[in-house]
Design a protein around this ligand. Structure first.
Ligand code: AQP
Length: 351
């Protein structure tokens, strides 16, 4: 094995990659933790590549027709939230085969012990027969590392739940660089920012809001209409105490803290400013204000998503064009990986 090699970050130009699984309809958690920030990054003028990670989605069973529909709906959500497919690259993962190719190589770099320590793997198999989980679910973080590193992305905006997977991406890049004695892969930086990096379930403030939670009442979907949003927020679990004057007063009140964080993220305020504004208010006062704000922010997105979904062929066209642009970046990187790892790819070069 070669001597450890330092990877100079300056050698890589700033490039953002992130993705969302089309494993269900997108939630307010996906919006605040990811989508909203994807748009902010696009507006900062950094090169941005965004992906509907359909191959990640099938690590748990997906009905084929539903997966197709959810992928289109996810793409519609990106565009409706403000992703401009002319400025950002927007595509679905399976159309760019470099992801799967690099994932295999990373399966051979990553160690079983690394994967078995992933909390998402533990959470998704908790109380179930782990032997019956797919091999893909276990290897998921290696595919995620491939998604990012196939583009030499340097920054990855994600919610808090993905932090550990990004640390593993860094470990894979470091081990690859060290094993082969190269400075080929960048060491990515997670970008976890904002008041709602971890939006919690509306039914249980200790559980993450998730698109695959069996209870639809636990989440706000980006397809929910104003009535559904109002009803879910009205029924959201809280406690009988009024809102405190400072955030310290929310320490052991996870449901109350969650609603304050959601308000803050939607209003683009700090959670401190929210408690200062509503100090002493009961949830009977706070919840209607939150409903008003959530409907004002989410309704235009839902309306635009519905409009875009009228033309699925146009969505497929956008995803195909994005995949062509993604492929043009990833293919030369993959060609170098094959060279570095000692695989003969003479056929590709003569094409
Ligand atoms: N509750 C959340 N709060 C903040 N950010 C969140 N994200 C997801 N849920 C929350 C962020 O959304 C991005 C895409 O996530 P994903 O769809 O790839 O997978 P996930 O994190 O596993 O999301 P779900 O909704 O829980 O999906 P399922 O139920 O299919 O596993 C990521 O940046 C994530 O951090």
């Amino acid at each position: 094995m070669a001597e450890p090699v330092q990877t100079p970050q300056a050698a890589f130009k700033p490039r953002i990659f992130s993705g969302i699984q089309p494993s269900g309809g997108l939630t307010l958690g996906n919006y605040l933790g990811a989508l909203k920030r994807f748009v902010e990054k696009q507006e900062e003028g950094i090169e941005t590549i965004y992906c509907l990670v359909d191959m990640h989605a099938i690590t748990v069973w997906q009905e084929p027709e539903k997966l197709r529909q959810q992928t289109r709906e996810g793409a519609a959500a990106f565009i409706a939230a403000g992703i401009d497919p002319a400025r950002s690259i927007l595509f679905n993962q399976s159309q760019v085969t470099a992801h799967a190719e690099l994932a295999w190589i990373f399966n051979c770099v990553a160690r079983m012990g690394w994967m078995s320590r992933m909390t998402q793997w533990k959470d998704k198999t908790a109380g179930k027969n782990a032997e019956a989980a797919s091999l893909g679910l276990f290897a998921y973080p290696a595919l995620m590392a491939a998604d990012i590193l196939a583009y030499h992305a340097t920054m990855v905006p994600v919610g808090e739940d993905q932090k550990q997977h990004l640390e593993l991406t860094r470990d894979i890049a470091i081990k690859f660089n060290n094993d082969y004695g190269v400075t080929f892969f960048p060491i990515v930086e997670p970008v976890i920012e904002g008041a709602a990096t971890r939006v919690m379930s509306l039914r249980d403030g200790t559980k993450k809001m998730s698109k695959s939670d069996p209870s639809d009442q636990s989440r706000i979907n980006l397809t929910d209409d104003a009535d559904a949003i109002a009803s879910k927020i009205r029924k959201a679990k809280t406690d009988p105490e009024p809102l405190p004057e400072t955030l310290d007063g929310l320490k052991d009140r996870p449901e109350a803290r969650n609603l304050v964080n959601i308000y803050a993220a939607l209003a683009e305020m700090t959670p401190q400013a929210v408690v200062a504004e509503f100090a002493g208010a009961q949830f009977g006062t706070f919840k209607p204000k939150l409903v008003e704000l959530a409907v004002a922010r989410l309704s235009p997105i839902t309306t635009e998503m519905n409009r875009l979904m009228q033309d699925p062929a146009e969505i497929d066209r956008i995803l195909g064009a994005g995949a062509d642009r993604a492929e043009a970046i990833a293919r030369p990187i993959l060609d170098r990986v094959y060279d570095i790892t000692g695989m003969i790819h003479s056929r590709r070069r003569t094409m």
